[in-house]
Write a protein that binds this ligand. Structure first.
Ligand SMILES: NC(=O)c1ccc[n+]([C@@H]2O[C@H](COP(=O)([O-])OP(=O)(O)OC[C@H]3O[C@@H](n4cnc5c(N)ncnc54)[C@H](O)[C@@H]3O)[C@@H](O)[C@H]2O)c1
Length: 365
């Protein structure tokens, strides 16, 4: 086998969006041994400048299109606000750069479709940031489903809950998002990934109304039932209702798959690592909120320890950089098409919540 694992020429990375996630991605890229050129960007000049200083970036800008067009750039990570992925993603593709677009891929399906079409026309690799695929527990499920231990999957159940503080951070910056588009997206991606090519044909869902309904007009929770062509059913639920002091300071998940040959079950509520301290610990995603009892490891992307970042977002960022540098596709990275499929399911769920009807799904691609 040809040894294609070196990136002798180095690789240039641009991170668009210098908020919480862009900062992490840039810090991870900064530490990657093959990243020879790093550029960061934000509409907010102060954010771009301060991130550039923190990770010793070679360039910074407030203009994504300008930055991604520079000769040094090979790979672009789009970590802008949920409703602002399209423009920088398209700019990266038009510049011929491989792109990793954060989840949700886009909010409007026509924007997602355009990114896919433009990337295909230019043979530009296009990925979606479904970081949970890179957690060992979720990739273990993939491996064992693919190896046949569960057999034909007949039903599934998955839940994902956020604290109100995290949900507030999301909905206050992107009003068009919903629990289904922003949060359930992770569970939908895992389900479609495990079912490999099988997609739901109809969706029924209901939404619960609490403070986010009153303040933003978004449901606070959504419970859905997806039906697949072969009769497989999946019950997927999402809630933004955990109090801000809930000790799993970002997210709580679980996932169960039932098949003809076996069952797989993951409890991802982080109750196994509990800290109680007189000194309140800040939540990594919403540091304005602190708690005296915390389930450590509840941050979905990973954790800082001793000045280094560890976890799924590091592994995913490395997978993207390495695949661009070596030309060797990474089997875990979610493609743009995966991101678009998940978006269409999220939107069908929301449509069912709105109309109270069963929503059919038809797939043309
Ligand atoms: N993969 C994961 O595990 C994961 C986890 C959390 C959030 N996310 C996603 O990452 C994205 C960013 O989330 P965040 O928490 O960093 O949000 P954030 O609000 O902290 O940061 C977003 C930044 O994007 C900037 N921005 C907006 N439009 C821009 C543009 N056109 N050009 C340049 N900069 C622009 C904003 O000024 C802001 O600084 C969201 O889509 C979110 O859903 C992914």
């Amino acid at each position: 086998m040809a040894r294609s694992r070196h990136i002798p020429q180095g690789i240039g990375v641009a991170v668009i969006g210098s908020g919480t996630i862009g900062r992490l991605r840039a810090q991870i890229a900064h530490r990657h041994p093959s990243v020879g050129y790093l550029a960061v960007c934000d509409l907010d000049e102060a954010r771009a400048r301060s991130l550039a200083a923190e990770c010793e970036a070679d360039a910074w800008s407030t203009d994504a299109a300008d930055l991604v067009g520079r000769d040094e750039i090979d790979a672009v990570i789009v970590a802008t606000t949920e409703d602002a992925h399209f423009e920088p993603g398209l700019a990266a593709i038009h510049a011929g750069r491989a792109a990793l677009v954060e989840k949700p891929f886009t909010i409007l399906p026509e924007e997602g479709e355009k990114l896919i079409v433009e990337a295909a026309a230019r043979r530009v690799p296009l990925y979606t940031g479904f970081t949970q695929r890179f957690r060992r527990r979720f990739m273990a499920i993939k491996e064992h489903v693919a190896a046949g231990y569960v057999g034909h999957v007949t039903s599934a159940k998955a839940t994902i809950y956020l604290t109100q503080a995290v949900a507030e951070a999301v909905i206050s910056r992107a009003h068009a998002t919903t629990p289904s588009i922003n949060t359930l997206t992770y569970s939908i991606d895992l389900l479609l990934w495990y079912l490999e090519g099988r997609r739901p044909v109809s969706v029924y869902a209901q939404g619960g109304r609490g403070r986010f309904w009153e303040e933003y007009g978004s449901v606070d929770s959504t419970w859905s039932l997806l039906t697949f062509e072969e009769g497989t059913i999946a019950n997927l639920g999402v809630s933004w209702e955990l109090p801000e002091f809930w000790p799993a300071y970002v997210a709580t998940m679980d996932f169960e798959l039932f098949g003809r040959e076996g069952v797989l079950s993951v409890k991802d509520d982080h109750r196994d690592v509990l800290m109680a301290s007189n000194h309140a610990v800040p939540s990594p995603y919403t540091p304005e909120v602190s708690m005296n009892v915390a389930m450590l490891g509840s941050a979905m992307p990973g954790d800082w320890a001793m000045g280094e970042y560890f976890g799924a977002m590091k592994d995913e960022t490395h997978a993207f950089i390495n695949s661009v540098g070596t030309g060797r596709p990474d089997p875990l990275l979610a493609t743009g098409r995966h991101g678009q499929d998940v978006l269409l399911v999220s939107r069908a769920i929301d449509e069912s919540v709105r109309t109270g009807q069963i929503v059919p799904l038809s797939w043309t691609s």
